[in-house]
Design a protein around this ligand. Sequence first.
Ligand code: SAM
Ligand code: SF4
Length: 343
Amino acid sequence: MPGPAARDAQASGSPLIDTHGRVHRDLRISLTDRCSLRCTYCMPEQGNEWLARTSILGLDEIERVARVAAASGITTFRLTGGEPLLRTDIVEVVRRLAAVSGPDGPVQIAMTTNGIRLREVLPQLIDAGLSRLNISLDTLRRDRFRDLTRRDRLDEVLDGIAAARDCGLRPLKINAVAMRGVNDDEIVDLVEFAIAHDAQMRFIEQMPLDAGHTWDRSRMVTRDEILAALSARFTLTPVPGRGGAPAEKWALEGGPHTVGVIASVTAPFCGDCDRLRLTADGQLRNCLFSTTEYDLLPILRAGEGDDAIDAMLRSCVHGKLPGHAINDPAFLQPARGMNAIGG
Ligand code: SAM
Ligand code: SF4
């Protein structure tokens, strides 16, 4: 971890700008490493080493970190996991975070979920202040869903998406990881499903972040292959103004519907990255692929002041590399899987 000199690089309350000039506005908060599914690209079927329950941040601890981050210009908190809806206090987490304000006003609360339990809690989440939803869905076929997630729960996910369609939160996004020989023949079907649910479909290149370390580049469907599949059915027009967003977007048939591609491997977008991550056990991370973590847990639990949290946030930002190195032969996959980092 960088020393005190680096931490003091910027004054408390000033924006979180790294040494490459990137201003950080988005904090992804993982609420748990547990999940109701076992997607092959994320978690192993068995043998997970779960985070110790005593190390999982509580409501007050999450809120405290969020308040300090918002004071330094974080404007969006994205709740993720693991599966965030497994947290029994999820509504209260949203309520507390939605009440946080920064220099530019109230923050936005987004959530990435697999959709299971969503219908049951969505009205309460909206009442608590949730602003946006991303729901993951890799296939519309029950047998594939069961193989891919190792759970027979497609109906519950579809029900969650139907509930999201009927609520007022927009834009609604549906995310799929594209995999060769697994769901790459469903690219058009998934887009049509998303359109029917007034949602934006987004395809993600599979990344080397599975807890079992089984990623194989040859099974990843690339951005160009996804675009080729889409172009065979739709006229695609690039949507300008991407900013720091991970997805490149195209209008379908001139709009208004759009499709997005998140090409972290073949077309990295690190130069505009504005994201930081907080794991469920209090580790700050400046990149999905980083092998360095900045431990907030002792600070939160030893009664230190908010200035110590702020200093740790600044250390984390200061230590951010210009980009990930997935395509470098010396790339080392982080020890944690995606479920424990927070996607
Ligand atoms: N459980 C929730 C869900 O699935 O939406 C939230 C957590 S999940 C880790 C967040 C996102 O990461 C999902 O859209 C999932 O598809 C994506 N993801 C997980 N492992 C991935 C991998 N190896 N490569 C690309 N995306 C991945
Ligand atoms: Fe669970 Fe999401 Fe990982 Fe699938 S991608 S195993 S739903 S955390």
